[in-house]
Design a binder for this molecule. Structure first.
Ligand code: ADP
Ligand code: MG
Length: 602
């Protein structure tokens, strides 16, 4: 059954705490045995005192009782010692493992392909991390505090009571059997429903974090009521699914109670009758009464535990589902570590699709010499970003190969590939940390002077000096306290600090106003020197300075050449040029811009 498999898998996650776990397990087994031994010894002592059972042979003296009393005291002391051990270490262990599992999950998730992150909301990823690891901590704690002792008591020690008095023993076995059936039944009834409940929980997390990430939109479109309404409706659905589950488990717990009372009464009645007919001693009856009370306590624990495990299981299942997602982009066994690339790049018949159905890029081939600047132009959705994403292995192509300095990039270890490629994304993606820490992402050991230099080259110095705390100003979630253009300049500075031989600028200047962009343009030309640079841009000035232009149209490279060559060709590029990037430039530079293109073309 999947619940048991899951349970075993969670217990297998103990990792470096396996030894502590083993010691705690032994302590628990000891505790279970002690819990059984006490009523047995008690029963024997009573038999001696009442002159029942085998003890009837000799006179009862205090010294003849001593071995039994000492054994009893011994078990009592052991129970205290082992109890202290468990109390001290079970909690520590579960806290340690919870945080360790969380860190493993975090690392794993960060390595998962971007495709996973585009399709899974970060709110869900976070919820699964927190709830999954909490669930596991609860399980470990429970296992070392109660479950293991309960399992040992019910599966190993309970059958042994048949040897003590089989008639009374059978009553207990029947009781446990009934409990098992009842619990299994309730599990069956509620399994599917609880799966829905968990789905709703995840949806809640997604909705809430999606809304919290878009507060400005919600406020300006006065959607507060609508968003809250959506959340409430998910809550209503969740409760509708949860209530029947709760009712079933309430029934289970009441039935548990009732059958427990019934069993104790039956043992008493049966025991009395057996005693009167000489088939059980008073000690036997007392012993079975206390074993029954103890077992019932254990059984109630088990039922409560199965109930909770069942509620927590979907959380842990989701956790493992994500943990089992394999990173699609990973190092080959003999991947090379290359210190610094020269910067030659070649695409050979590269095709890629995100979903396996619609092509994002098809049969793209081109080669670039080290140090060149390549502009990628084309309508949105024509495949430019995808092409450059493949270069730093955000994804791997389905067919074709990409080589850097003649080596297939799949034969280069990921870390060295990505260390050699700087990317400035269209969306600047900054951390909610200080400006300094955001820059250090580019190079952890950068000095203050180097940071200032990078900021200056990215035209970012002046607005950072305006910040109250300078480099130590914290810029809010995703850099929200900065304007779009400021964010872009900061992310350019971050890439500059990395000083990579290959640089990718994916619409890195799209949020800048014409004046700033012009100033940055000069800086970027400086930046592009001595490295292979890929730029996706829509403005004439950037494109004009490129050594080569690749024109994308419907997932393919349809033209390639210098600006002059392409204008002379009068094909797709010339058409794009007239319609697209000449327009903003014309607005900024006046009506002379357009004739200048015509002049070049003629
Ligand atoms: P461009 O950068 O030229 O605007 P893209 O390379 O981003 O174009 O997109 C190429 C195609 O791939 C488009 O049809 C786009 O819808 C699709 N696409 C882009 N990113 C993803 C993604 N993460 N998942 C699925 N499809 C995507
Ligand atoms: Mg793009």
């Amino acid at each position: 059954m999947w619940l048991i498999r899951l349970y075993v898998r969670v217990l297998g996650q103990l990792g470096s705490d396996l030894k502590v776990g083993a010691v705690l397990s032994l302590a628990n087994i000891g505790l279970a045995i002690a819990a059984f031994a006490e009523p047995i010894l008690f029963g024997r002592i009573i038999d001696r005192l009442t002159g029942g059972g085998a003890a009837a042979a000799g006179p009862v003296t205090f010294s003849s009782l001593l071995p039994l009393l000492f054994a009893w005291i011994g078990f009592g002391l052991f129970t205290i010692g082992a109890g202290v051990l468990v109390a001290l270490h079970a909690d520590r262990l579960s806290h340690r493992r919870r945080l360790a599992t969380m860190a493993n999950y975090f690392e794993h998730v960060l390595e998962l392909p971007l495709a996973f992150h585009t399709s899974t909301h970060s709110g869900r990823v976070l919820k699964v991390m927190l709830e999954g690891s909490n669930g596991m901590a609860w399980l470990w704690l429970g296992f070392f505090r109660d479950h293991l002792a309960a399992i040992v008591a019910l599966t190993i020690l309970l059958p042994l009571t048949l040897f003590l008095n089989w008639r009374l023993g059978i009553l207990l076995v029947v009781l446990v059997f009934l409990f098992t059936i009842l619990t299994a039944l309730v599990l069956r009834k509620t399994e599917t429903l609880q799966g829905y409940v968990e789905g709703f929980h995840s949806r809640l997390a997604e909705q809430a974090s999606d809304a919290l990430g878009n507060v400005p939109v919600i406020q300006s479109f006065t959607r507060t009521k609508a968003e809250t309404g959506q959340l409430r409706s998910t809550i209503t659905q969740l409760l509708a699914a949860q209530t029947p589950v709760l009712s079933w488990w309430a029934i289970a717990s009441i039935a548990t109670r009732a059958s427990a009372t019934l069993t104790v009464t039956s043992i008493f009645l049966l025991g009395t009758w057996l005693n009167l007919t000489g088939r059980a001693t008073v000690g036997d009856v007392v012993m079975f009464m206390s074993i029954a009370t103890m077992l019932i306590g254990r059984l109630e624990q088990v039922v409560a535990f199965v109930n909770q495990l069942f509620m927590q299981a979907p959380k842990m299942r989701e956790f493992f589902e994500i943990l089992d997602t394999a990173p699609t982009v990973s190092d080959r066994p003999h991947a090379q570590n290359i210190d610094r690339f020269k910067g030659e790049v070649a695409f050979e018949n590269v095709s890629f699709s995100y979903d396996g159905k619609r092509t994002a890029i098809a049969d793209v081939s081109f080669s670039v010499e080290a140090g060149q600047t390549i502009a990628l132009v084309g309508a949105t959705g024509s495949g430019k970003s995808t092409t450059l994403g493949l270069l730093h292995r955000a994804f791997d192509p389905q067919s074709g190969a990409i080589r850097i300095d003649g080596v297939d990039i799949r034969d280069i270890c990921l870390a060295s590939l990505r260390r050699n490629i700087g990317v400035v994304f269209q969306e600047p993606m900054l951390f909610a940390r200080s400006i300094r820490e955001n820059l250090q992402v580019g190079r952890p050991d950068a000095t203050e002077a180097e940071m200032m230099d990078a900021l200056e080259r990215a035209q970012a110095l002046e607005f950072i000096q305006r910040q109250s705390d300078g480099l130590d100003s914290v810029i809010g979630e995703r850099g929200r306290s900065l304007s779009g253009g400021e964010r872009q300049r900061l992310s350019i500075a971050r890439a500059l600090l990395k000083n990579p031989p290959i640089l990718i600028l994916d619409e890195a200047t799209s949020a800048l106003d014409a004046t700033t962009e012009k100033r940055l343009q000069a800086a970027l030309i400086e930046v592009m020197k001595g490295r292979t640079t890929f730029v996706i841009a829509h403005r004439l000035a950037t494109i004009r300075n490129a050594d080569r232009i690749l024109v994308f149209h419907q997932s393919r490279v349809v033209e390639s050449g210098t600006f002059e060559e392409l204008v002379a060709l009068d094909g797709r590029f010339a058409e794009l040029a007239r319609g697209q990037f000449m327009a903003p430039d014309a607005a900024a530079a006046g009506p002379t811009a357009r004739p200048s293109l015509v002049a070049v073309g003629g």
